[in-house]
Design a protein around this ligand. Structure first.
Ligand code: 0PR
Length: 370
């Protein structure tokens, strides 16, 4: 094929899908990347972060990103690396947990945890004990306490659950984690909570927190793939070091080859936006979230929990029928069968105008379903 044909075909194929700029994607936790990130990716598209002896610049960019996270998490010693996403980051956290307590096998996991925790447990031969949620869909801390025993290796909490954007009571769980590994999955909330005017905390001042997952490719607005696994200090990563005989370095990453392009794009995004940029974006997303909630309260639907982050769980009567009709009008929205709700993620592409149109359609559909 000629270059022109290839590009035309790809453009045609892509135009068959929805785009973030249409505004009808309410399901996604990612959004359209910044132009500066795409440019950065292009410049570094031929680099491999595994080959630190060849691409020293990539190693420097990654170190800068981890330092930036160190500021965000109030700990200069923060260590970690850029993963393919939240799934890899969660696997790595539990891998290190297992190395830390090699004789223990059990992990305590909220029922609302992302399925990557289950994947990690399967891969690592760990046993999950699921912990029920309270009425606000947060993990019930007394139920965690009841389940702790000699074999408890780790406790997982989520800061921004996949279904409802709920934040588990991290500070209370922290109290239970003396000799137990504590991992916080803030894949979504990691780029929201530090920029909110609220009491929520997910930084390393939580003294028993060992590791945290934060995904630049979600609310960090970086292009996919970009996740991050962050530990309290370097000693955790040392537990994963290997020494291949043919390499001058000792890799500690789960993946071998890693995209230098993704690292450069992440570096470009966080430096372009800076802490102030993220604060502005989070403020706007939260204003839009509150606007959506105000409009929903004017109609006959239930908002499952008062949102702390920019995710709203909506439970109308005739849930499945409402969902089908919304999708029929082009709204891309997910239904969670556990909490029996529709999930709207108020990403930056979900503007006030989009919310207005969504609310109008939802109101009409609810009338139709009466
Ligand atoms: N941890 C949490 C709390 C998550 O919500 C997710 C992703 C992960 C880990 C895993 O991250 P990776 O997908 O980067 O490995 N959860 C997204 C979500 O539930 C997945 C997703 C993405 C779902 C796009 C729908 C969608 O349209 O929102």
């Amino acid at each position: 094929m000629y270059k022109r044909e290839i590009i035309d075909k790809l453009r045609r194929m892509r135009s068959e899908d929805q785009s973030y700029t249409d505004g009808r994607i309410l399901s996604s936790v990612s959004t359209k990347p910044l132009n500066v990130a795409i440019k950065a990716y292009e410049i570094f598209s031929d680099t491999n972060a595994l080959d630190t002896h060849v691409f020293r610049s990539v190693e420097r960019l990654e170190r800068d990103i981890i330092e930036w996270f160190g500021k965000l998490l109030k700990n200069r010693k923060t260590a970690g690396y850029i993963t393919t996403g939240g799934t890899e980051a969660n696997i790595v956290a539990l891998f290190v947990a297992k190395k830390t307590y090699p004789k223990k096998r059990e992990i305590l996991v909220p029922e609302s945890a992302h399925y990557s925790i289950q994947r990690a447990a399967d891969l690592l031969g760990l046993r999950i004990k699921y912990v029920p949620l309270d009425r606000d869909f947060r993990v019930d801390v007394s139920e965690i306490e009841n389940r702790i025993n000699k074999d408890t290796l780790a406790i997982v909490a989520t800061a921004g659950t996949s279904a409802l954007g709920v934040v588990d009571p991290i500070e209370e769980i922290n109290e239970l984690c003396g000799n137990i590994f504590f991992h916080v999955d803030a894949a979504f909330g990691g780029f929201v909570i530090p920029f909110l005017d609220s009491k929520l905390r997910i930084d390393f001042s939580i003294e028993n927190m060992d590791s945290i997952t934060i995904d630049p490719h979600k609310m960090g607005l970086a292009p996919i793939p970009s996740g991050a696994i962050l530990f309290r200090d370097k000693s955790y990563l040392d537990k994963l070091k290997t020494s291949p005989t043919y390499l001058p370095s000792q890799p500690f990453t789960l993946s071998g080859s890693r995209s230098g392009g993704a690292i450069a794009a992440t570096w470009a995004t966080i430096n372009y936006l800076g802490m102030d940029g993220y604060r502005r974006i989070v403020k706007r997303c939260m204003e839009n979230t509150r606007f959506l909630c105000r409009e929903l309260r004017k109609m006959d639907v239930n908002i499952l929990v008062e949102p702390e982050l920019n995710v709203v769980g909506i439970r109308p009567r005739n849930l499945e029928r409402v969902w089908t009709l919304l999708r029929g009008r082009g709204w891309n929205i997910l239904m969670d069968t556990h909490s029996k709700s529709l999930r709207v993620v108020v990403m930056p592409h979900v503007t006030e105008k989009v919310i207005g149109e969504f609310v109008r359609d939802l109101r009409e559909i609810i009338q139709l379903c009466l």
